[in-house]
Design a protein around this ligand. Structure first.
Ligand code: AP5
Length: 214
C-alpha cells in the first residue's frame, strides 16, 4: 500500500503516519525527519536544509526528490510506504509519478488531514520533538513519562526551531501557496480522501482505518 499524507503543518500527518506504519507494517518516510537528522549530524545536506527550514521555507526540490527516490531503494519499501511531508509541490508530485510509472506502480491513497489554520498555531506551540528518533509529543495531549525526556530513546525533547509562532505562520502561507494545490492534483487522480483532523487523535486514526481497511 502506497500512501501520501497531505495537510497543513501541524495537522497531525506525522502522528497518523506513525500509526499507519505500525498497523500496516510499512515504513514511515518523513522528509522533515530526514532533514532534521541531517541537521543534527551536521551533514552538508543538513546545513543546506537548515537555512530554508528555519525560515519556514521549503527545501528546494532538487535536494528533496533524489533523497526520497534513494530511500525507495531500501528493501523495506517492497510492500509500500507512508510518505509524510513529500510530495509538497507539484514538481515533486510529478517526479514521484514519473518514478512510479517506470515501475508500473501508483499511489493508492492521498490522505488529506484537514485542520483549519486557527487550530494549528496552538498545537505547534505545545509540540515537543525528539531530534534523535523523530518521536513527537504534546505538552497537553501526549506528555512524556519523564518531563523533557523522550519515552522512546531517552534523549532530550525540544521545541523545534521552526515551531515558533512567526515561523509557523510563514509555513502556513507556504503550505497554502505551494502544497495545497496537491489536493486538486490527487483529486483528479481519484486517490484523495479527506479526514477531519480536528477530532481526537484516536478518532482520526479510526477514520483512516475505515478508509484503508482493517
Ligand atoms: P515537516 O517535518 O514535514 O513539517 P510539517 O509538514 O510542517 O509538518 P509537521 O511535522 O510540523 O506537522 P504534522 O502534520 O506532522 O503534525 P504532528 O503529527 O507533528 O517539514 C519541516 C520542514 O522541512 C518544512 O517546513 C520544509 O522546510 C522541510 N521539508 C520537509 N519536507 C519537504 C519537502 N518534501 N520539500 C521541501 N521541503 C521540505 O502534530 C502536531 C502537534 O499536534 C503534535 O504535538 C501532536 O501531538 C499534536 N496533534 C496531532 N494530532 C492531533 C489531534 N488530532 N488533536 C490534538 N493534537 C494533535
Amino acid at each position: 500500500m502506497k500512501i501520501i499524507m497531505l495537510g497543513a503543518p501541524g495537522a497531525g500527518k506525522g502522528t497518523q503516519a506513525k500509526r499507519i506504519a505500525d498497523k500496516y507494517h510499512i515504513p514511515h518516510i518523513s522528509t522533515g525527519d530526514i532533514f532534521r537528522a541531517n541537521i543534527k549530524n551536521e551533514t552538508e545536506l543538513g546545513k543546506k536544509a537548515k537555512t530554508y527550514m528555519d525560515q519556514g521555507l521549503l527545501v528546494p526540490d532538487e535536494l528533496t526528490v533524489d533523497l526520497v527516490m534513494d530511500r525507495f531503494k531500501n528493501p523495506d519499501c517492497a510492500n509500500g510506504y507512508v510518505l509524510d511531508g513529500f510530495p509538497r509541490t507539484i514538481p515533486q508530485a510529478e517526479s514521484l509519478d514519473a518514478a512510479l510509472a517506470e515501475l508500473d506502480q501508483k499511489i493508492d491513497y492521498a490522505i488529506n488531514v484537514d485542520v483549519p489554520d486557527e487550530n494549528i498555531v496552538n498545537r505547534m506551540s505545545g509540540r515537543r520533538a525528539c531530534l534523535s528518533c523523530g518521536a513527537t509529543y504534546h505538552t497537553v495531549y501526549i506528555p512524556t513519562k519523564v518531563e523533557g525526556i523522550c519515552d522512546r530513546c531517552g534523549d532530550k525533547i525540544v521545541l523545534r526551531d521552526d515551531d515558533t509562532p512567526d515561523t509557523v505562520n510563514k509555513r502556513l502561507n507556504v503550505y497554502h501557496e505551494q502544497t495545497q494545490p496537491l489536493i486538486d492534483y490527487y483529486t483528479a487522480k481519484n486517490v484523495l480522501v479527506d479526514v477531519d483532523g480536528t477530532k481526537d487523535m484516536a478518532e482520526v486514526f479510526d477514520a483512516i482505518v475505515e478508509i484503508l481497511g482493517a
